[in-house]
Design a protein around this ligand. Sequence first.
Ligand code: PMP
Ligand code: GLU
Length: 394
Amino acid sequence: MELARRVSNLTPSTTLAITAKAKAMKAEGIDVIGLGAGEPDFNTPQEIIEAAYRSMLDGQTKYTPAGGMVSLKQAVIDKFQRDQQLTYKTNEVIITNGAKHALYTLFQVLLNKDDEVIISAPYWVSYPEQVKLAEGKPVFVEGKEANRFKITPEQLEDAITPRTKAFILNSPSNPTGMIYTREELEKIGEVCLAHHILIVSDEIYEKLIYGGSKHVSIAELSPELKAQTIIINGVSKSHSMTGWRIGYAAGNAEIIKAMTSLASHSTSNPSTTSQFAALAAYNGDQAPVEKMRQAFEERLDAVFEQLNAIDGVTCLKPQGAFYLFPNVKEAAKLTGFETVDEFVAALLEEAKVAVVPGSGFGFEDCIRLSYATSLDLLKKALNRIDQFIAAHKK
Ligand code: PMP
Ligand code: GLU
């Protein structure tokens, strides 16, 4: 059967594929340590699970409006007010099946053929594919390692053409963990305003910030920037709710309306039970969020030096998310592998450590390690990487 052209070059998400492979190896009894997973290793806080359970017993098991329950939209609105002093109305918010689907739906309603979307590399694996699925054209701008993998306003300006429609900003970043400062965002915002480019601000790691850094949303910098920004967020990472699939988009009412119409013909509402869980997540006690954040920071601090001490490995200290993105080009060279991809494949086969190759994120010299796993396993994994390099050293 000949498949549609739009999927002819589509490959499965590298991050999900590596996670699935590590899980399958484990199921076969292989002692593999998976550092691929982009999801917190904690269970969802109990109060959230109980609220979801109660909602089902109360008979809340039917369809909701396609764009999500008004009560959940209100909880999201209250959260924006509480955290960023941003004011949204219910017609400026849509609840989606995870942040991933918010992004997918957004590009579907935004892009015409060959419209350009600027993406800074390293990027999260799904951005370019989602833009292409909407017939748009991803335009990559490289965030230099020397600039902590962040792009400059000048680089952004240089990448703009008459076809540029949007720019994706992801701070804290997956995979690098870097954060744009208020000053950097102000300059980037100026460029976007001057060229009337929509800012897609993916803030899914907003609550996972370390070392006293601060998350700033570009939308909070001015009313003009708020009007030109669609914020993407969700409960997956903040409340350890990846499997519940609740995310959202907030911004321009016309865009949100089109996204809601598309949802009404494609997904209908996100799971009603999950919406009740997210409602409890946002309206309940936020202490579990901070507790999980602290656990991630402790792990980061505990393994960061061990990682940098490995032969041929250098890593910038992340300020957010739960990923380390070390440059291993030298380690691959020392061990006789031509590419980091080959190094990663051998690491899994021989050392039984699963990591994601940087090529999936548009940055071939690095690998991504997730520290959403216990400290014991993390340390063990780093020891294995260290021994693997020592054993292969030419
Ligand atoms: N954006 C980024 C940067 C991510 O890493 C992820 C991965 N979970 C998502 C969006 C999507 O999250 P979800 O669909 O689970 O809400
Ligand atoms: N976002 C996570 C990651 O980057 C989860 C997997 C995915 O959705 O791509 O690993």
